[in-house]
Design a protein around this ligand. Structure first.
Ligand SMILES: NC(=O)C1=CN([C@@H]2O[C@H](COP(=O)(O)OP(=O)(O)OC[C@H]3O[C@@H](n4cnc5c(N)ncnc54)[C@H](O)[C@@H]3O)[C@@H](O)[C@H]2O)[C@@H](O)CC1
Ligand SMILES: Nc1ncnc2c1ncn2[C@@H]1O[C@H](COP(=O)(O)OP(=O)(O)O)[C@@H](O)[C@H]1O
Ligand SMILES: [K+]
Length: 512
């Protein structure tokens, strides 16, 4: 599991080390870690550091100081290092070190260190480099990158996205891509997308959270020996190796009822496929039994696809309600309402998806998991008096998922390129495990079925430990994404194919 912390938590954890150590020691450690990783990248890219071209974009604070000190180290190892200062004053010690190591100094602002150049000249340097180091702003950023630095970032990001240069530089962000919301992953202004972010002391929450997480590239942590044991992480991401501990595995003496029965109320004449997909995913992810509740014709389709399913109402340990439930179908909508009323009264875990999202009481318990996409989340919040639409949810998914968790009390799994889960107590998980091919009709139904199996298998545990629901929802998102990769590595996937890849995916994850 990767956990992320806020800027304030990291600063608080740094303080005892800053007080105890000689001045600048921590920064030298950070900058050395940065230089080592840039050197590794240069070695992979061109066989070594000597003769490589490195351009460092340097802002006013210690983040720029890190870039300057790392630049000095790389210059000592034989790289040609050019600094582009975007501020009149930059870190003194870093500047002296870079000068002493023979680095070149350019500045795009009046009164800055080195030769004054125009932004266009700085861009030309940057696009022809092997590596661009982004040391404009770190955890001290307040709002967007501004002025010349913003111009430089915007134009450079555009040029690099075009991928036209003979050899496009790798971008390494210092601590964080400059200008991201360090605590919440928002993007208040332009940000230079990184291939690698070298972060110091602890992963910053914004590196895990969308949309900023998508601009951080690979994240490598330089250990500074910070003690964060007393701090509650602001964000978390499950890794493949975490799933085995969460997945309900039958014991020798288990039988189908102790393993967990999943009830699925899904599908209508208009969308029978959703019922097939949700029940198929529930069966193939290892439910003890799956019951289906819905129109007879849809039940036939479900049985044709999955003869293991039992059609009709009965005792279950968790419900999946809503996939493919067309609001115009009064009878099936009535069944969804009945199931919800019964499950909520009994305190059973529920996955409330699609057609169930409009039939929920105002206040829910954390073992009810809402699984909206951005549009459905916007509707859910709008009917509860919030001013929000799909676009705003897509821009600020974490903010709105948090809001929905606070407003409803449920666990909220917001689907998208990165799936955000907010659970009891506000714990935030962010998973981006699937290929973009997973954005295909019906894949959400597969996720709902799979999550139903997880909740049914852990029904007793989640009632005792409500925050576990969010961890299980994050695990479902991870398994869903891995199954998509497995179903057709590197190519298009379809929802039923993702469901069919579940048994093998789970087996691989359990083997470790
Ligand atoms: N605290 C420490 O001892 C360590 C800090 N480290 C580095 O220090 C960084 C934090 O340094 P700082 O606190 O100096 O913060 P930054 O380097 O993020 O920069 C803060 C400076 O930028 C200005 N600024 C803030 N927002 C701005 C904006 N939107 N546009 C233009 N200027 C803006 C501020 O006025 C301030 O001068 C970390 O990200 C990390 O890279 C590391 O060296 C590890 C040790
Ligand atoms: N760009 C993307 N990259 C990876 N996964 C995505 C992307 N866009 C959407 N997804 C995932 O695809 C699934 C789509 O679900 P949903 O919107 O409910 O579709 P449907 O209702 O057709 O089943 C979700 O699990 C979501 O997280
Ligand atoms: K930075």
């Amino acid at each position: 599991m990767i956990v992320g912390y806020t800027a304030a938590q990291v600063r608080a954890a740094e303080q005892p080390l800053l007080d105890a150590g000689p001045p600048g020691a921590l920064m030298h450690q950070a900058a050395f870690g940065l230089a080592v990783r840039v050197a590794r990248l240069l070695t992979d890219r061109r066989g070594g550091v000597r003769g490589a071209d490195v351009v460092a974009l340097v802002g006013p604070g210690n983040n720029g100081g890190d870039a300057l000190l790392a630049g000095a180290e790389l210059a000592r190892r034989g790289a040609g290092v050019t600094v582009v200062a975007t501020s009149a004053a930059v870190h003194d010690g870093g500047l002296a070190a870079l000068r002493a190591a023979g680095g070149t100094l350019l500045t795009v602002v009046d009164g800055g260190p080195g030769r004054r150049v125009w932004v266009g000249d700085a861009l030309a340097e940057a696009v022809s480099a092997d590596v661009v180091v982004d040391g404009l702003l770190g955890i001290g950023a307040r709002g967007a990158v501004r002025a010349e630095a913003a111009e430089l970032v915007t134009l450079l990001a555009e040029l690099l996205a075009q991928d036209v240069a003979p050899a496009v530089p790798d971008v390494v962000a210092v601590d964080v891509p400059s200008g991201i919301g360090v605590d919440d992953g928002d993007l208040p202004g332009p940000v230079l997308p990184a291939d690698l972010t070298v972060t110091f002391g602890a992963v910053k929450a914004g590196l895990l959270l969308p949309p900023a997480a998508g601009l951080a590239g690979d994240v490598e942590l330089v250990d500074l020996g910070l003690d964060l044991t007393g701090s509650t992480p602001a964000a978390a991401r499950l890794e493949v190796s975490d799933v085995a501990d969460l997945w309900p595995v039958p014991a020798a003496a288990s039988h189908k009822y102790t393993r967990g029965v999943v009830g699925v109320v899904a599908g209508t004449a208009l969308y029978p496929g959703a019922a097939v997909l949700a029940t198929t995913a529930a069966v193939l992810s290892g439910a003890g039994m799956v019951r289906y509740v819905g129109p007879a014709a849809v039940g036939h389709a479900v049985l044709a696809a999955r003869p293991e399913v039992v059609v009709g109402h009965g005792r279950v340990q968790a419900w999946v309600a809503g996939p493919g439930v067309d609001p115009a179908d009064a009878e099936q909508t009535g069944r969804v309402r009945d199931v919800l009323a019964e499950a909520l009264a009994a305190g059973l875990p529920v996955v409330a998806d699609a057609g169930a999202l409009g039939h929920l009481p105002d206040h829910l318990s954390p073992w009810v998991v809402l699984t909206p996409h951005a549009g459905e989340l916007a509707t859910l919040l709008s009917v509860r008096g919030e001013e929000v639409d799909r676009e705003r949810v897509e821009v600020d998914p974490v903010l709105w998922a948090r809001r929905a968790q606070r407003v409803t009390g449920a666990t909220v799994l917001l689907k998208g390129p990165t799936t955000v889960v907010v659970g009891a107590g506000g714990a935030v998980w962010a998973q981006s495990d699937g290929p973009a091919w997973l954005a295909t009709a019906g894949s959400g139904d597969v996720l709902a079925g799979l999550l139903g199996t997880l909740l049914a298998g852990c029904a007793d545990e989640v009632l005792e430990d409500p925050p576990l629901v969010a961890a299980l929802a994050a695990a479902a998102a991870l398994v869903h994404g891995r199954a998509a990769h497995r179903s057709n590595p590197g190519g298009p996937v379809h929802a039923l194919g993702v469901a069919h890849a579940l048994p093998g995916t789970v087996a691989d994850l359990l083997r470790g």
